[in-house]
Ligand binder design. Structure first.
Ligand code: PMP
Length: 394
C-alpha cells in the first residue's frame, strides 16, 4: 500500500524550526514561527488561563461528550467577543473548533455545501495554509493583489479591481486584523468600501481573525469585521484563541456564521456540526472550557485583558525600536513601514537569497518570504540585527 508514496511537501516554517534547533551558534535569533514571545524568549501560559485551569481541575465533575458544537457557553462568549455586545446575535451562531485552522475548515465546508462552485478569493500573499485548507474542502481559490513590497503598503485599488471579476456567490477571505504575513491592514474606511463592493456583487465575506488584541486593541481589531456585519446580509468567520489566550497546543477556536435570519443561521451551524462529525466528531474541551471561564468571570477577564494589552504594547514598542535601528543602520526610511504595521508579523521585502545569507552568515532565522515575528526581536541587540540586515542588502 505504501510502496509508491512520495514524501509529503515539508511545511517550510516547521522545517526551519528544526534547523534552528540544531544550530549551535549561541547568538542565533528565531524570527520564524508565529508564537508570541516575552523578553526572555518564552511563551508562557497566561495568568488568567492558569487560574481557570486550576478551577477546572477542582470543579469539573465529568468528561462525558459535549457534542460536535463543543461548549455552548464558550460559543456564546465568542460571539460577543468578536461581534461585540451590540451585535444582532439572534442571526449569529458559533461552533467550537480545534483551533483557527479547524474553524477555517468548517467554514470552508459550509461554503462548499452551500455554494459548491464558489471560488474563494485570497489575498496575495496570505497565510499558506489558507489555500491548502480551502482546496482541501473541495473549493477553488483565486487571488486578489494585496501588498506592495516596495512601500510596505496595501494595493487597495488593485484589490478592488480584482474583486470586480468575482462572480456572485464567490467568497472573499479577509484577515480580520494583523495580516499574516505582511502586517499591513485595511483601515476602517477601506473596510467600508470593501463591504459595499461585497454587497454590490453579492459576494460572501469570510473573515479569519487569529490575532484579536494584538494589533490596535481587542475592540479596535474587530472593528472592520463589525463594519462588515453592519452592511452585509451574511458572513462567515474563523476565529482562533491560540494567540490571544496563548493556548496554542490546546487547539481552541470557533467557526461563526451570520445569516439573514435566525433559522438560516441555525441551518448553517447545523451543517458545520455535521462537517465536524465527519472530520473529528467533537472538538477538544479543555482549552475552550478555560477560555470560557476567563471570559465569564469579570476578575479573570480583566486580568486576561491586562496581560494581553501588555503583550500588544511590547510588540508595538519592538516595532518602533526596530524601525529606528533600521533607519540608523540603513540611513534611509526604507523600513519605516515596520513601525506602521500591526500584529505579530512584518514582511521586510528581502529576497530569498538575502534571507538565506542572514541565516548562514548571522544565525538570523526568518521565513523565506522575509516575514519576521516581531515578538522574537531581541530588545538588546536591535542595532546588531539591523546592521546584519543592511549588510545583505547590497
Ligand atoms: N489564521 C492565521 C492567519 C494564522 O496565522 C493562524 C496561525 N498561525 C491561524 C489562522 C490558525 O491558528 P491555529 O489553528 O493554531 O489556531
Amino acid at each position: 500500500m505504501f510502496e509508491d508514496l512520495q514524501p509529503a511537501a515539508a511545511d517550510k516554517i516547521l522545517a526551519m524550526m528544526a534547523v534552528y534547533r540544531d544550530d549551535p551558534r549561541p547568538d542565533k535569533i528565531d524570527l520564524g514561527v508565529g508564537v508570541y514571545k516575552d523578553r526572555n524568549g518564552a511563551t508562557p501560559v497566561m495568568r488568567a488561563v492558569r487560574e481557570a485551569e486550576k478551577r477546572l481541575l477542582n470543579e469539573q465533575q465529568s468528561k462525558t461528550y459535549l457534542g460536535p458544537a463543543g461548549d455552548a457557553a464558550f460559543n456564546t462568549a465568542m460571539i460577543e467577543l468578536i461581534f461585540g455586545s451590540d451585535a444582532d446575535a439572534g442571526r449569529i451562531r458559533a461552533i467550537q473548533a480545534p483551533g483557527g485552522s479547524g474553524a477555517l475548515r468548517l467554514c470552508a465546508d459550509l461554503a462548499k455545501r452551500s455554494t459548491p462552485n464558489a471560488t474563494v478569493w485570497l489575498s496575495d500573499p496570505t497565510w499558506p495554509n489558507h489555500g491548502q485548507i480551502i482546496r482541501g474542502a473541495g473549493l477553488g481559490t483565486a487571488e486578489y493583489p494585496y501588498f506592495d513590497v516596495q512601500s510596505g503598503s496595501i494595493r487597495f485599488d488593485a484589490m478592488l479591481e480584482a474583486l470586480r471579476h468575482a462572480n456572485a456567490g464567490d467568497v472573499v477571505l479577509l484577515h480580520g486584523c494583523c495580516h499574516n504575513p505582511t502586517g499591513a491592514n485595511l483601515n476602517i474606511d477601506q473596510w467600508r468600501v470593501i463591504a459595499d463592493r461585497i454587497v454590490a456583487q453579492n459576494l460572501v465575506p469570510f473573515v479569519d481573525i487569529a490575532y484579536q488584541g494584538f494589533g490596535d486593541g481587542l475592540e479596535a481589531d474587530a472593528a472592520g469585521l463589525r463594519v462588515l456585519a453592519q452592511k452585509v446580509p451574511e458572513m462567515i468567520v474563523a476565529a482562533s484563541c491560540s494567540k490571544n489566550f496563548a493556548v496554542y497546543r490546546d487547539r481552541v477556536g470557533a467557526a461563526l456564521v451570520m445569516a439573514q435570519t435566525s433559522d438560516r443561521a441555525e441551518l448553517a451551524v447545523g451543517q458545520m456540526a455535521s462537517a465536524a462529525r465527519t472530520l473529528y466528531s467533537m472538538p477538544p474541551d479543555h482549552g475552550a472550557a478555560a477560555v470560557r471561564m476567563v471570559l465569564a468571570d469579570p476578575a479573570l477577564r480583566a486580568n486576561w485583558q491586562d496581560e494581553l494589552e501588555a503583550m500588544r504594547q511590547r510588540i508595538l514598542a519592538l516595532r518602533v525600536r526596530f524601525a529606528d535601528a533600521l533607519r540608523r543602520q540603513s540611513n534611509s526610511d526604507r523600513f519605516d513601514f515596520v513601525a506602521r504595521h500591526r500584529g505579530m508579523f512584518s514582511r521586510l521585502g528581502l529576497s530569498e537569497t538575502q534571507v538565506e545569507r542572514l541565516r548562514a552568515e548571522h544565525g538570523i532565522y526568518m521565513v523565506g518570504d522575509s516575514r519576521i515575528n516581531v515578538a522574537g526581536l531581541p530588545e538588546d541587540r536591535m542595532d546588531w540585527l539591523a546592521k546584519a540586515i543592511v549588510s545583505v542588502l547590497g
